[in-house]
Ligand binder design. Structure first.
Ligand SMILES: [Fe+2]
Length: 334
């Protein structure tokens, strides 16, 4: 099956969706911790086909990897998805982690690791990270804890006309505006049975301004996107009842790699205290690692009695000034 089809996205219309009913939630998750096991809980088989930046007609150095987006690929087993759902469909998670904005009516955020240790372990497992990194074409680690396993939840309106749903296939109904993500890479996993869903693709804009559509994943499957530097939008999925996607964001493991992360779309849907602790922690850790690398390089150069590379020092310091300024700018005190 072809990965992409080139189409023009039709005039926006708003699908009728509503948040899932809170009454179905249990009080708290069963007190039986289940350990994530890469052998039994990962369903990954082969590296999926990817579209590169070059395939999209975008500059190859626009982002941090030549890979733009992957075809959907199996990542987690059904059992793993079931356990993750058990962790998050509790009253304590919904009381503490529900975010509702005009952009997304029903998001569950910040539940990892406190309320969802299995989900947290699944995303931080070395085997999971090696799969994501291999497909993304660069060594990646999860962004910050608050953006591990973010859930976007929608349920079709009960009054939805079934015929209209079936006939929806030729309509492209955006559920987000065209945007760039705040973080370098994102991995989207389907948490619902998507076998009867129509739509649900991700639309990308290529270098010529054409729209490329990448089909949505099935349950347990994932799509990886370099969303920080590719303009994209999510298209509505209809006909499947509930639709829950789990989104984890990633950044480069190597602290010396460029990282243009911002908090634009994250700030309105996050607890400021948690967000700014995690943001400052990650930014300072990266800075500390960069300083250590630069210091070692300088000292080795000096011990070897080589001339000091002044322009390298100045370039490094300039980049770190920009890093600190960007870090500070994203922390907004209201
Ligand atoms: Fe996005």
């Amino acid at each position: 099956m072809a990965l992409v089809e080139v189409q023009t996205v039709a005039t926006p219309a708003v699908p009728r969706i509503k948040p899932i009913i809170r009454d179905v939630l249990v009080e708290s998750r069963p007190n039986i911790p289940i350990k994530f096991n890469a052998i039994s809980h990962l369903a990954y088989v082969n590296r999926p086909t990817v579209l590169t930046m070059k395939d999209l007609g975008l500059p190859e150095d626009l982002g941090i990897s030549p890979v733009a987006v992957s075809q959907p690929f199996p990542l987690f087993t059904e059992e793993a998805i079931r356990i993750m759902r058990t962790e998050v469909f509790t009253k304590e998670v919904w009381d503490n982690c529900l975010q509702s904005t005009a952009f997304a009516k029903c998001q569950i955020r910040g539940h990892c690791p406190k309320y969802a240790p299995f989900m947290y372990n699944a995303w931080t497992d070395p085997k999971t990270l090696s799969i994501i990194s291999d497909i993304a074409g660069i060594d990646l680690i999860p962004m910050i804890d608050i953006d591990i396993g973010n859930l976007n939840i929608s349920v079709e309106d009960e009054g939805h006309d079934k015929d209209r749903v079936v006939n929806q296939s030729d309509d492209d109904v955006p559920i987000t505006n065209w945007h760039y993500d705040s973080y370098p890479f994102v991995c989207v996993v389907m948490m619902s049975d998507a076998s009867k869903m129509v739509g649900g693709e991700t639309a990308l804009r290529n270098g010529s301004g054409e729209i490329i559509k990448v089909r949505g994943p099935q349950m347990g499957s994932a799509v990886i996107l370099q969303g920080r530097c590719i303009s994209h939008q999510a298209l509505a999925a209809l006909g499947g009842g509930e639709r829950i996607t789990m989104i984890t964001s990633f950044r480069p493991r190597d602290p010396m790699v460029r990282d243009t992360s911002v908090l634009t779309s994250i700030r309105p849907i996050s607890n400021p205290s948690d967000l700014y602790f995690q943001w400052a922690q990650y930014r300072l850790e990266v800075l500390r690692a960069r300083l250590a690398v630069m210091l070692q390089e300088l000292e080795e150069q000096h011990r070897a009695q080589r001339p000091t590379d002044v322009s390298r020092i100045k370039q490094f310091l300039q980049l770190q000034e920009e890093w600190i300024a960007a870090t500070n700018k994203e922390i907004v005190v209201v």
